[in-house]
Design a protein. Structure first.
Length: 297
């Protein structure tokens, strides 16, 4: 049971930061940016290349987040801001094109083989029947720290109140004297940096590979929709629910249904679990589990 909770926490930390960034941007620009998951892959590769160049791991992650944030901001200014003039549907299609271009460029630069980090080996920590490595502890701890800092920023600072006001009613926020364009730029940079951090943390365990963004696409969007698009902390809660469901699907013993002592579903059914949760959410709660929070400041 304890290992189940640890696995859920690890999967939730994989999804939380990227879903958080996706929902942050949606709250301001009002279109689902499919390329957002590829920003996470970009951050993973940048961290790997910087680490391979001799930059200390922490420095490599920080630089990767900064570069990914700047790239995200550049995409907003040069591509998505123009596409949004034609409507959110056009911007979403454009984001799919940007996502494919990112994958193509990285495949040409890095090749198709995964790039694994050369990290020191250490015995995992044991807590009862659960095991967790130092890398996994770093990932979960970093995610929790960032979520706490973001919550403090969102609810206890003037900048956070401005972000929530702009996400709730852009016209009223403009009339109140808020600089909507500046806030949007800062949020785009921040969302890209957070996505880069999420991708880097995930790559420490799985390596940087071309399918990293594709593997995250469905669960991250499912988490954001469950939490209510535009509600960043709701997206984190949605990520925890998705992580719990995916872990349960692959850890429950269904042997009693088939008269066998052991019968587990293959790992490939993880995607089906995300699809099921997403479908149920769209049928019964299309605005997300926390839609009331989405509609007010």
């Amino acid at each position: 049971m304890l290992q189940f909770l640890v696995d859920t926490a690890l999967r939730a930390s994989d999804l939380a930061l990227i879903a958080l960034g996706l929902s942050m941007v949606y709250g301001l620009v009002k279109f689902p940016n499919i390329a957002h998951v590829q920003y996470a892959m970009l951050g993973a590769y940048l961290t790997f290349f910087l680490r391979a160049a001799g930059v200390p791991l922490v420095g490599a992650i920080v630089l990767s987040c900064a570069v990914t944030g700047l790239f995200t901001l550049a995409m907003h200014l040069l591509v998505f801001r123009r596409l949004l003039r034609s409507g959110p549907a056009i911007a979403m299609i454009g984001s799919l094109a940007v996502a494919m271009l990112i994958v193509a460029v990285l495949q040409g630069v890095a090749g198709s083989f995964p790039r694994m980090f050369d990290l020191p080996l250490s015995a995992p920590h044991e807590f009862g029947d659960a095991r967790i490595t130092n890398t996994q502890l770093l990932t979960v701890g970093t995610t929790l720290l960032l979520l706490v800092l973001f919550s403090l920023l969102l609810f206890f600072t003037r900048a956070g109140r401005a972000m929530r006001a702009l996400a709730s009613n852009r016209a009223l926020a403009d009339a109140s004297g808020l600089n909507a364009e500046r806030i949007t730029r800062v949020v785009n940079f921040g969302s890209g940096a957070i996505a880069g951090l999420g991708g880097s943390m995930l790559a420490l365990s799985t390596g940087a590979h071309l399918n990293l963004g594709h593997d995250l696409l469905l669960p991250v969007f499912a988490a954001a929709i469950l939490g209510g698009l535009g509600n960043p902390l709701g997206a984190v809660a949605g990520g925890v629910l998705i992580a719990f469901t995916e872990t349960a699907v692959t850890n429950l013993n269904f042997g009693f249904l088939f008269g066998k002592p052991v019968a587990f579903l293959p790992v490939a059914y993880i995607g089906a679990a995300s699809f099921l949760i997403l479908l149920l959410a769209l049928l019964f709660k299309p605005y997300g589990l926390f839609d009331r929070q989405v509609r007010r400041v």
